[in-house]
Ligand binder design. Structure first.
Ligand code: MEV
Length: 429
């Protein structure tokens, strides 16, 4: 098994890192890092992915290290522009690793397709008719996507909901059919949309109503993944702060996010700092994951923290994160984007369920990274060290000059482009 513990990775050059990964057989022969070069997404491929293409928009791809999840090591590809995120995830993953690693679980891979029906002369009768025809409708849905059924998935169940039954508005009253579809290892948007579109004519006939929307729901609350970590306080000690102080600070920070939407949004943004980069790197739809995650954070009627942090009887810090995770390991842009293929190759997950569990572990680690920094030194210290490099580059520093200027900016406690420009000018004089 490849270890994700690679001491000193941070201090290597990009070339050295690539060579090391190749020597550790992190990529299989076919993928041996070739797509990590400039042309990671050929513009001809991009031109076939979306419309009106004029180029591509690269992001830095870093590796989250030290992740041990259910006893398995993961090297986590993270595509993100924000400094500190990858370092922080790896730092916390190392702490959690020393505490035994993350434990995770996932529900099945059931996604939801919705069909909106309006104008039924009798909504209750329409509902009854649809439920009486449930098996036939499920069969019809599956007939629209036989290859999914062949892979062991397909439509499994169907429900009918009546919305706004007492509405006076002619637009308000509607019947909504939910088709529950096991999409196996695909995120499944195209599959679901094809299935629900195929059912629309029959549903119009059965209900005597008119179908408008036929689309998946991104609120994938039957496709959940959950990560947990248990950390003895001594592993949390940092600088002048004891482990107990850090632990208590984290639980206080959680309580703040749990009770105040203003804080919860920022707290959850920090969680998505970990989740989006891996969702993006693996060629998945991060808007879908974001939308579902935030809705799930409001499932009890009030927008709240996505994570929970508490202590157990022996004083350990317990963190948990459960989210809808509608991601795939096949289909969509995964097939066509060379970097997505590299990311999957490196992650070495065997199923979408496994990928989902890695993703929530990274989200949980990222949250703890942010909270640990916030309740101790504040985030600026670590953030600014990395930010100073971007500032140095924005001021025109290149090559070895970047580190020299960045260091001077930190030393002089003035991490501004103006100051960096002065230093660059001085350097090249
Ligand atoms: C910054 O990108 C993310 C944080 O604001 C998250 C948080 O406040 O918990 C540091």
């Amino acid at each position: 098994m490849i270890t994700s513990r690679i001491p000193g990775f941070y201090n290597m050059t990009v070339e050295e890192r690539r060579e090391l990964l190749a020597s550790k057989h992190v990529f299989d022969d076919e993928k041996k890092g070739h797509s990590l070069e400039q042309d990671a997404l050929p513009v001809t491929t991009a031109d076939n992915m979306i419309e009106n293409v004029i180029g591509t928009y690269p992001l830095p791809l870093g590796l989250g290290l030290n992740f041990l999840i259910n006893g398995k090591d993961y090297i986590v590809p993270m595509a993100i522009e924000e400094p500190s995120v990858v370092a922080s995830a790896s730092h916390i993953a190392k702490i959690v690793r020393n505490a035994g690693g993350f434990t995770t679980e996932a529900t099945g891979r059931v996604m939801i397709g919705q069909i909106q029906v309006v104008g039924c002369p009798d909504m209750e009768a329409a509902k009854k008719t649809l439920l009486a025809e449930k098996d036939a409708l499920i069969n019809d849905a599956n007939a629209a996507y036989p290859s999914l059924v062949a892979r062991g998935g397909g439509a499994e169940d169907l429900e009918v909901r009546l919305l706004n039954e007492n509405s006076d508005s002619k637009y308000g009253k509607m019947l909504v059919v939910h088709v529950y579809i096991n999409t196996c290892d695909a995120m499944g948007a195209n599959i679901i949309n094809t299935m629900v579109e195929s059912l629309a004519p029959t549903i119009e006939q059965l209900t005597k109503g008119k179908v408008f929307l036929r689309i998946l729901s991104n609120y994938a609350d039957r496709c959940l993944a959950k990560a947990k970590c248990v950390i003895p306080p001594e592993l949390l000690a940092t600088g002048d702060f004891t482990g107990e102080e850090v632990r208590d600070g984290v639980v206080h920070a959680y309580e703040f996010a749990a009770s105040d939407p203003y804080r919860a949004v920022t707290h959850n943004k920090g969680i998505m700092n970990g989740i989006d980069p891996i969702v993006i790197a693996t060629g998945n739809d991060w808007r879908a994951v974001e939308a579902g995650a935030h809705a799930y954070a409001a499932r009890h009627g009030k927008y709240s923290s996505m994570t929970t942090w508490s202590t157990d009887d022996t004083g350990n810090l317990i963190g948990e994160l459960e989210l809808p995770m509608s991601v795939g390991t096949v289909g969509g842009s995964i097939r066509v984007h060379p970097m997505a293929q590299v990311a999957h190759n490196m992650l070495n997950v065997e199923s979408a369920e496994e990928l989902a569990q890695v993703i929530v572990s990274v989200g949980l680690a990222q949250n703890l990274g942010a909270l640990k920094a916030l309740v101790t030194d504040g985030i600026q210290k670590g953030h600014m060290a990395l930010h100073s490099r971007s500032v140095a580059m924005a001021a025109g520093a290149t090559g070895e000059m970047i580190d020299i200027i960045a260091e001077q900016l930190i030393k002089q406690k003035e991490i501004r482009v103006g100051k960096a420009k002065e230093l660059v000018e001085e350097y090249i004089k």
